[in-house]
Design a protein. Sequence first.
Length: 97
Amino acid sequence: MRVLAWAIRIALFVVLAAFAAKNTDPVTLRFYFDLAWQAPLVAVLLAFFAAGAALGMLAMLGTLLAQRREAARRQRVAAPKEKAPVPAMVQPPPAEG
């Protein structure tokens, strides 16, 4: 199974490296106020992918922290509290008869 995982990783790397090698043409991103940024297409794609991944993780952070707080609260409630000692059972005296 490990060999298959590494084979998939290597194949994916080769495909992405070939994609990057074929998309080195410069592109210009135009912003407001006549600002422009010129960079290779693959660099622009990588930058926007990384920014999207970072924003997605940041959006997930609030939910993750809320779930951790809730799990900790439930664990505190479910934890066994210190119990008072249970008195020993008193056995009735044997019946005479």
